[in-house]
Design a protein around this ligand. Sequence first.
Ligand SMILES: [Zn+2]
Length: 384
Amino acid sequence: MMATLFDPVSLRRTLHQYPELSNHEAQSARTLAAQLRAFGFTPHTEIGGHGIVVEIAGKAAGPTTLLRADFDALPIHERTQCAHASNHEGVMHACGHDGHATALLMVAHTLAQQPPQQGKVLLVFQPAEETGEGAARMCADPCLATQEIDHVYAFHNLPGFAQHHIVVRSGTFACASTGVAIHLRGKTSHAAYPERGISPASAMTEVMTALMQLPEQHHPAFSLVTLVHAQLGEPAFGVSPGDATVMATLRSDDNATFHAMKASLTTSINAIAQHAGLEVSIAWHEPFIAAYNHPDHYAHVVDAAQTLGLSVQTLTEPMRWSEDVAEFLARWPGALFGIGSGEHHPQLHNPDYDFPDAILSTAHDLFCALVDRHHGMAAPSAPQ
Ligand SMILES: [Zn+2]
C-alpha cells in the first residue's frame, strides 16, 4: 500500500483559500471527505447539511467518544497579506474553522494507524456553526440521534490567550444568545397633525428601556442585552411615523435564566404595544443555547493537557460569545475548551485574522490524549 501523503498545513491553507458560508460548504465537505477516504475511512456525508461523520470502532466493547470540528466561514472581506488569502470575494475563514477541521483530520490520520482499542470514536465535521443551525441538525440525523455517546469534546482557537495554552471551565463555557427584532406598527399622519395617526415613538423608547433593564431583573446569573439597531419612521419632516424597529442581542450563562429573560421580554413588549394601540411582532434570530461543560470532562481535559505538559488556564467567567457545540453538550456530557492562538493574534472575525498553524499539533495531541484515556490507542503500525 502507498504511504498516505498528508500535509495538514497545506490542506488548512487550501480550506482557507476557498471559504464557504454556512449551509454552502459543499466544496469544503468534498475536500474533507476525499482526505478521509484517502486515510481508508468510509465517511457518512450530507449529515444535517454538508456534515460528515466517521465512525472508528475498536475490537473490544467500550464507551463512545464524539470529537467535533466546524468548517464554515463568514461574510467578511479578507484583509490579510498571506498567499493563501480567500479566493471567494467577501467570504473569509475569520474564525479559524479551517484550522478546527484540519486538526480533526490530523486525528483521523493518527486513528487510521492507531485505532481505538475499546469502544468507538466518532469524528464529526459540522457545517453551519456561525448561524447556529448545523449542530442541532446533525444531532437530529439518525446517524447521530441513535447513538449513545459518553464523551463529547471540541475546541475553539482563542486569540488573546498565549499560544498553546488550554483554556477551559467547569460548567458554562460559552453563553446562550439570541437576536431579537421587534417591529411596532401604528399609522402615519401629517406631521402637523400627529394625533390623527398612531406614532410608535413613545412605545419604542419604552421597548428600549425594557430591553436595557432586563439583565437587572435576572440576577445572579450573568445576563447582557446589547441594543444593536433602532429605526423610527422615515427621514421626512412632514410625516409623523407609523413604524418602528428595535433590534437587540440577549445573552446569559444559564439556559433557564435565558428562557426567563425571553419570556419576560415578550410579556413586557406585548403590554407596551397594547397600551399604545400598536401592532407588534417579535422575531428571534440565530438562537444558541449555553455550552455546558460536565465537571468530569473538564477534569479529563485538564489532566490530559497537563500530561502533555500544556499550560491550563481555568476561566472564572464563561466566554460571552456562543458556540453551537452546545447542542451536542446538551444531549451528551462533554467539554468545549479553548486553545490560545497567541496574546497578540488578530481577534476572531477581524479581517486580518488567520488560523495559527502552530496550534494544529496542540489540538491533535490533546484530542488523541483524550481518545487514549477513554479507549486506549493501538501502538503505531510499522511504516507502510
Ligand atoms: Zn468559530
